[in-house]
Design a protein around this ligand. Sequence first.
Ligand SMILES: Nc1ncnc2c1ncn2[C@@H]1O[C@H](COP(=O)(O)OP(=O)(O)OP(=O)(O)O)[C@@H](O)[C@H]1O
Ligand SMILES: [Mg+2]
Length: 407
Amino acid sequence: MHRPERFRLHAPRSFLAWLEHAVATGEANLDEVSVAEVWALAGLAVLARKNGGDELRLSGGGDRAAMRFAHAVGFDEVVAGQGGLSGEAGQTVGLRRVMAIDVVEGIAREIARMLLPEEEEDETLRSLIYVLVELMRNAVQHSGDPLGCVVAAQRMDAGFRGYERSAVQVVVADAGMGVLEALGATYPDLSDAEAALVKALQPHVSGSFGPGRTGSAFNAGMGLFFISEMAKLTTGRLLVASRGAALLLRGGAGYEQRRLSFLRQRSFPGTLVTFEFPLDEVKDHAALIETISAKAQQRTPERNTSAWVRFEPPPDGTFSYLVRTIAEDVEQAALVSRDQLQKRLFAREAVALDFRHMDVCTQSFLHALLFEAVRISWAVQVPIYVENAAPSVRTGIALVDAYARGG
Ligand SMILES: Nc1ncnc2c1ncn2[C@@H]1O[C@H](COP(=O)(O)OP(=O)(O)OP(=O)(O)O)[C@@H](O)[C@H]1O
Ligand SMILES: [Mg+2]
């Protein structure tokens, strides 16, 4: 028998290589696995999901600790086609299937709360929700995987398996088309999977709109940019493995000290994204968002100076929309934008958005809600008022405002 396999984010190649071999033979022998962090379990589960055909077959009893852990966290349920388990509060969050956009925010909040029970800093919680939402949404929106994606998370306490500081690891995996093909819709010249991964991490790069634009009604191309910058700012790690390439980003002590490397010859038959960051690193979620927004703004120069987004209470009688009712549902956001905001703006009527009770807003959500509306508001010179926005939310709105105007 081979040396037992250890699947850890410290050394991500070994899982990807083992999996490649398993996929080639159609069978994964769980008896070979002695340690498996949750990112690897999600990657394995997503390929073993029953689909009535070419799924990866699992063999071996999996008696070792790794597979006992897998069974405990809902691996079998996900493979069999059930939703999954919710896992143990405070340690690991069970593997789950996610198939629709409208459940993403609720699941992200639930996972974050389980990993970081009450006593933890809310700042870390916000950043964790942010990352989970963006990654699940990407898989559901872009992968084309009819079975959706698998999400899981694990908390690594200091002292556990070489972790010097307590950290959280989250993973979202799908067995879909991969980033190269998804981006190919708008970047047909891209032929190399590594180049596609690098491209996807840049701001305003998306499979839903072409080069030179800053957004479509749905996407800003900001999700992976924000996440990779968060990894840098929090000394975290980001692994993106997607058909034909695998990239590992390690945040350093200083913001710009990042190390981006390719795991040559390694890949994943779908897209697997793992994000890990030390728990004590996020001291101020709003400051993180502010730094990242500033960087995005440098890359997408403002084209117009007269701002029609106003961070002040609207005049009496202004139509005001309570954003919390559609939190993180980008499809609803695009509809509200069209039916509630754009229509009124076209009729030269000011509108207001009330962001009370929204402590986290991903950039993609703000984009879907505001991008077209800001462009119209600028064109017709009618203001959009923004009320009760938390600092990080306000920063995100200002960013959309800056790149949408006139663009
Ligand atoms: N799981 C995935 N499967 C296939 N392609 C993906 C996946 N995740 C991301 N991509 C590709 O990478 C591109 C960039 O992703 P990113 O999250 O940065 O932007 P976006 O999703 O297009 O826009 P936004 O996140 O602002 O809504 C996507 O448009 C898509 O082409
Ligand atoms: Mg996205």
